[in-house]
Ligand binder design. Structure first.
Ligand SMILES: [Zn+2]
Length: 274
């Protein structure tokens, strides 16, 4: 067995396959869940391969575990099975997620697995998603704007060192108190659109990425961020704007504008949807 020390995902020899699986996560369609569940099997060989893939010396195993966490977050509604839009029984979703987790474990651990072990773990996923090359989640027709907004969020984490960032932060806090109930209704209708246009898992992905971006330590002083009420408000404002852009092609313009106008200063070059 080769010993591998891989410190960052970018150094991973199996990077394209890892990225393809991660990109597909948020695009898993409801009708894929029963197919994944049916394809998943467990026997001694698969269990042993899984154990090896998740062992502490496996490449980037901490990242694998955080990907598992992301899976649980993206499929929270499906596992709970309460919402009216959830059509797949939670037990089926739960089984499907075992296939998802095995695929994640397989692609990360490929350098330490035999060909047969890798194939056995990834097989259920491959029966549903044969394509090994997809590279990023589809964020819709306004994806570039969603990405620009998500990319701007870490800027707010240096506000302790930069007056203009602090001023921007204060402005966002102020905006968060304006039209609160209108924005809540707008967010609800945007989420309904996400459900109807089959983008509710991408919605969850966007919110997760945004939360991560805003929650980072200041890179200069490493001060951990206190997650206080103010941060909560700014985060909500930014996530709602990102989600409005995500479904902006299917939302009334007034709704998109209501949700995106408060963060205009954060992404100044952002154009209004036409
Ligand atoms: Zn700082």
């Amino acid at each position: 067995m080769r010993r591998t020390t891989i410190r960052r995902l970018e150094e991973h020899p199996n990077l394209p396959e890892v990225l393809a699986v991660l990109a597909q996560l948020a695009q898993v369609a409801d009708e894929d869940l029963p197919r994944l569940a049916n394809a998943w099997t467990n026997d001694a060989f698969v269990a042993q391969a899984r154990g090896k893939a998740l062992s502490p010396d496996s490449p980037l195993v901490c990242e694998v575990l955080s990907a598992f966490e992301a899976v649980s977050a993206l499929f929270e509604d499906d596992l709970r099975g309460e919402a009216a839009y959830v059509t797949v029984p939670p037990a089926v979703a739960s089984l499907a997620l075992k296939a998802v987790r095995d695929a994640i474990a397989a692609v990360y651990a490929r350098p330490v697995l035999t060909r047969a072990e890798h194939a056995a773990l990834v097989r259920p996923w491959r029966t549903v998603y044969p394509d090994k090359t997809a590279c990023e989640p589809d964020l819709g027709p306004q994806g570039e704007q969603v990405k620009a907004l998500l990319a701007a969020l870490p800027r707010l984490t240096t506000r302790c060192h930069d007056e203009s960032d602090q001023a921007l932060w204060d402005q966002l806090v102020d905006h968060s108190y304006v039209q609160e109930s209108e924005r809540r209704e707008a967010r609800e209708s945007a989420f309904e659109v996400a459900v109807l246009t089959r983008r509710r898992r991408v919605w969850a992905l966007v919110r997760r990425s945004g939360t991560e971006g805003l929650g980072r330590h200041c890179p200069l002083c490493r001060t951990p961020r206190v997650h206080d009420r103010e941060t909560e408000r700014v985060l909500e404002l930014c996530l709602d704007a990102a989600c409005a852009l995500l479904v902006g092609d299917a939302l009334p313009i007034a709704v998109t504008e209501l949700l995106t106008a408060p963060i205009a200063a954060l992404v100044p070059e952002q154009r209004r949807p036409v």
